[in-house]
Write a protein that binds this ligand. Structure first.
Ligand code: HEC
Length: 490
């Protein structure tokens, strides 16, 4: 009776496997998965594969344990228990295989390791069936032991191959490989730094690697789109062209990133890490520019607005760090400037459009609370390049502020009221001064040294000051290239 049932079930198992195999061959060659309708259905069936795949693995090792126990304790662990659990394992194994197969066909996986996983899983099914038939049919313990060992070995191999597809090769996380990869990355960065790097490989691929490759690589190519090389991008996927050099709106990779987050075709899908604004802007620039694959960073005019993104990638050089720091500083200065403009319009003007260098004029100070203005100016003092402070008292607080403007180029203090000591403080270390007008001030010979220290100075106006004739001569001889205007003449 038992043997009879075994025969029946074994035949069923063989029949199911053959049927599955025929389906496998049929589908492989007919390939109905281009069709959207079927791909949705298969996608659903396929999604069961990862859910149930551990079941047959666990069950099989249970069967193995029972089989060993049965070997030693035939009384306690009965044949029917081993056979029944092996049969249950087979049913789940067949279902898991079918779901995985459908996942493979519908999911657009690449060929590499997935094919190996699939064929080894098929081998596992075959070995399992051989075991079930042999055990149920009473083929003897040598046959059963051999098929049990074979089944276990193939299962381990096939399971590992499957694991690699979803989790990656475990050895890739081995310390020596991780360190080697870091080293390679550092070298690539160094390449980019010197401009030897490529726009595509060194600036575009990092974004795709981080945000797209998990689903659009060689192992997995959703929508039949692979994004791990220039050629693959150009080839596109089942819905069309992912990247059309020079054409933003024809490039699916861009249009899909602009879909609303809740849209089913949005890329990357909503639950995945999204691109930040800098990355998206850079990709769009790259698509519009239509650059060839081998375009060097060095030969490319990358617009200023992408400097931050580019530097964040290839910018571990000192220059790049400085550029980053400068940019941040400029932003802070421009913010402070905007605040002053709002509070005290006209006090400060930009010396060069879009640059954080400023000019200060006392004539526009009228009506403002000087102390409040001074406070607002403090963060910008270093970036003031021109000061016009005419016919106005200059108290200690202002002197202190002006003394901080290290990049001052033009200082005009005509008929300005301040002490001789204050002027010494003000003139100390003003190395970028080009023009200075001290007409009618407390300038005297003791201040000459401050001016002489600065050989780059072009014009000095000292009319109606306490400058002596000999002081004038000293200035002329020590600053030969400078025009000195005073009450004296040569
Ligand atoms: C979580 C997985 C996942 C990630 C990550 C992902 N995609 Fe996709 N992508 C899919 C799936 C699934 C499809 C197929 C279904 C569809 O067309 O919407 C697809 C399809 C596409 C298509 C259409 C391909 C075709 O021709 O059928 C493009 C273009 C695309 N993705 C671009 C991207 C870009 C660009 C990124 C990265 C910024 C990205 N995807 C990241 C899952 C992903």
């Amino acid at each position: 009776m038992f043997k009879k049932r075994v025969k029946l079930v074994s035949r069923m198992a063989i029949f199911m496997t053959l049927l599955l195999f025929a389906l496998f061959v049929l589908i492989r060659f007919l390939d109905p998965f281009q069709d959207d309708y079927w791909s949705v259905i298969f996608d659903f069936i396929g999604s069961f594969h990862p859910v149930i795949l551990h079941l047959p693995i666990g069950l099989w090792f249970g069967v193995l344990a029972l089989f060993v126990l049965h070997f030693f304790q035939r009384e306690r662990v009965q044949e029917s228990l081993v056979f029944g659990s092996a049969l249950v394992t087979l049913v789940f194994a067949i279902f898991t295989f079918a779901a995985g197969f459908v996942l493979y066909l519908g999911g657009g996986y690449g060929s590499g390791s997935i094919a190996f996983h699939m064929y080894s899983s098929l081998a596992f099914l075959t070995a399992l069936i051989a075991f079930v038939i042999g055990f149920g049919g009473g083929f003897g313990s040598l046959y059963c032991t051999l098929t049990a060992i074979t089944t276990s070995a193939i299962l381990l191999i096939s399971g590992h191959a499957g694991g690699v597809i979803t989790h990656g090769e475990p050895l890739d996380r081995a310390p020596w490989r991780v360190f080697a990869a870091r080293q390679a990355k550092a070298e690539a960065l160094a390449l980019g730094k010197t401009g030897e790097g490529h726009v595509f490989a060194d600036l575009v691929m990092p974004i795709l690697n981080e945000k797209c490759i998990a689903c659009h690589g060689t192992e997995r190519a959703k929508g039949r789109l692979q994004m791990d090389s220039y050629i693959d991008l150009i080839k596109g996927g089942s819905k069309g062209l992912a990247y059309v050099p020079g054409d933003l709106s024809a490039s699916l990779m861009i249009t899909r990133m602009h879909l609303p987050l809740e849209h089913s075709e949005r890329m990357p899908p909503a639950e995945r890490p999204q691109l930040d604004a800098g990355e998206l802007a850079f990709l769009e620039w790259w698509v519009t520019a239509g650059l060839p694959e081998n375009q060097l960073v060095r030969d490319t005019m990358i617009p200023e607005e992408h400097a931050l993104y580019v530097n964040s990638l290839i910018g571990n050089s000192e220059e790049a760090m400085q550029a980053q720091a400068l940019k941040m500083r400029k932003n802070a200065l421009m913010a402070a400037y905007a605040e002053i403009q709002a509070q005290f319009p006209g006090v400060l003007v930009q010396s060069i459009q879009n640059d954080a260098v400023f000019e200060l004029s006392s004539s526009s100070m009228f009506g403002y609370n000087e102390e409040a203005v001074r406070e607002a100016l403090a963060p910008l003092a270093e970036s003031v390049v021109r000061i016009d402070w005419n016919r106005r008292p200059l108290d200690a607080s202002w002197i202190h502020l002006f003394a901080q403007s290290k990049s001052l180029q033009v200082l005009n203090l005509t008929d300005c009221d301040f002490s001789a000591d204050a002027l010494s403080v003000l003139l100390a270390k003003k190395n970028s001064l080009k023009k200075i007008n001290l007409t009618g001030t407390a300038f005297s010979d003791r201040h000459i040294d401050h001016l002489i220290e600065n050989s780059g100075i072009e014009t000095i106006v000292l009319t109606d000051t306490d400058l002596s004739k000999s002081g004038f001569s000293r200035l002329i001889s020590d600053l030969p290239g400078t025009q000195v205007i005073s009450n004296f003449s040569l």
